[in-house]
Design a protein around this ligand. Structure first.
Ligand code: PLP
Length: 425
């Protein structure tokens, strides 16, 4: 569910007409719904209520300070992957005690920063990293709380660029090496063994891979818990969302999911609770996309409609530097007009960048738009703005957060001097 819908032919985010936001702040523009963010967080949080648990929102999905602040207020912890994200989370006023630090390549400086901040745990991904964490903690006269990320050797069946749990991936420790690493860690004076972690990939839309991974992990989790007194088991993130709605069938609510066999917070919890409840451990989750994906749209203006014998090209003012998912992951984003139209046509929706990869849709049935019309790319709230760049020296878009009838600029559009401020001649 989400809070973008047509009211009398105009696209609204909650109680605000998106067109009025585009008018006030210009395009390209990211628009987020606070209600959707809260709703998705609580759906998951409630579904897991029978467990002692903490939902650690994966900051990399959407890291705007206002969004982190909003989720912190709702009680979220955070999954961070860099010193930059730790800095953001602190600036947003979140508790560092509820932060998990993931990633295969933490630098010494980042480890030191996290030790000083006092995080919940490092998810350790290699033996060398473990040694550096121990050394750094010794130097600071601290103890480093850690969990070890296990690669369970499970193929989540998702896109190759977002699968992380197979043997060929760089992530985590292979099951066979985990016991030895825990033994080693247990002998390190400045390491505190706290938990165990796994994360098998992203945009996973059925419960089967999660169940498979957790089942595969359980004997190891029990054994490591018994031997090392672990208190938590993090089952990662990766819960998928619906990008491809039933719009064509004429349904008004695009991705309410009625016809789609998509995993919900309830079905996810129903499948996993029976496995996790008997453990009696604290369960951590690291969802990113599930919380913010359908809570955001990217609004863009049609610059030109170019008709060639082969195709119609709708050239818009947003580009792959604003939203790279189609180019990078072959991702599908629904594209709808801010003002509903009767007539449709087939078109390629493309940005102005000098790359053939700069497209949002190929040969797609969309509203028959003209220059000056505005479009929304739906489900752009996760891995949208956070992956934006200044390629082609394009300023990054502005971001607006809507909450009921109210709205607020949460990141101003970059100005040209912003783009050059670190350069010198
Ligand atoms: C990216 C990532 C997540 C979040 O993935 P989503 O698909 O957005 O839920 C969670 N945990 C780790 C370790 C990650 O790298």
């Amino acid at each position: 569910m989400h809070d973008f819908r047509y009211i009398r032919g105009r696209l609204y985010c909650e109680g605000v007409a998106v067109e009025s936001l585009a008018h006030q702040y210009g395009t390209p523009l990211y628009v987020y719904s606070a209600r959707t963010l809260r709703d998705h967080f609580h759906k998951l949080d409630r579904a897991l209520a029978p467990l002692d648990h903490l939902v650690c929102y994966a900051v990399k999905a959407n890291s705007n300070l206002s969004i982190l602040r909003l989720l912190a207020k709702e009680g979220a912890g955070f999954d961070i992957v860099s010193g930059g994200e730790l800095y953001r989370v602190r600036q947003a006023g979140a508790k560092t005690r509820q932060c998990i630090f993931a990633g295969v390549g933490k630098t010494r400086a980042e480890i030191e920063q996290a030790l000083r901040a006092g995080i919940l745990a490092f998810n350790v991904e290699s033996e060398e990293e473990l040694q550096i964490i121990d050394q750094t903690a010794r130097r600071l006269r601290k103890r480093a709380p850690i969990s070890i990320r296990v690669n369970p050797g499970v193929d989540a069946g998702t896109h190759k660029k977002i699968t992380t749990g197979t043997k060929a991936n760089k992530f985590g420790m292979p099951l066979r090496q985990v016991r030895r690493l825990y033994q080693k860690a247990a002998r390190m004076k400045n390491i505190d063994l706290r938990g165990i972690q796994t994360h098998i990939g992203s945009q996973i839309t059925s419960v089967a891979p999660f169940v498979h991974a957790v089942r595969k992990m359980l004997p190891l989790v029990r054994e490591m818990r018994r031997k090392h007194g672990l208190t938590f088991f993090s089952i990662g993130g990766g819960l998928g969302i619906v990008y491809r709605p039933a719009l064509e069938s004429g349904q008004r609510r695009w991705w309410a999911g009625s016809r789609l066999d998509i995993m919900t917070a309830q079905t996810y919890a129903a499948a996993l609770l029976p496995l996790l409840e008997p453990l009696g451990m604290k369960i951590l989750l690291e969802p990113g996309r599930f919380i913010s994906g359908n809570a955001g749209i990217l609004v863009t203006e049609v610059l030109y409609v170019k008709k060639t014998p082969a195709r119609n090209f709708v050239i818009v003012d947003a580009a792959m530097n604003d939203l790279i998912r189609p180019a990078f992951y072959d991702a599908y984003h629904e594209i709808v007009p801010l003002r509903k139209k009767g007539a449709m046509f087939s078109a390629d929706v493309v940005g102005p960048i000098c790359e053939s990869g700069d497209f949002f849709a190929h040969d797609r049935r969309i509203a028959r738009v003209r220059s000056g019309d505005k479009l929304a790319l739906l489900s752009a709230g996760a891995y949208g703005f956070t992956m934006a760049s200044n390629y082609n020296t394009r300023p990054r878009a502005a971001e607006v957060l809507v909450d009921g009838q109210k709205f607020r600029l949460i990141r101003r559009r970059e100005a040209l001097p912003d783009l050059l401020k670190n350069e010198m001649i």
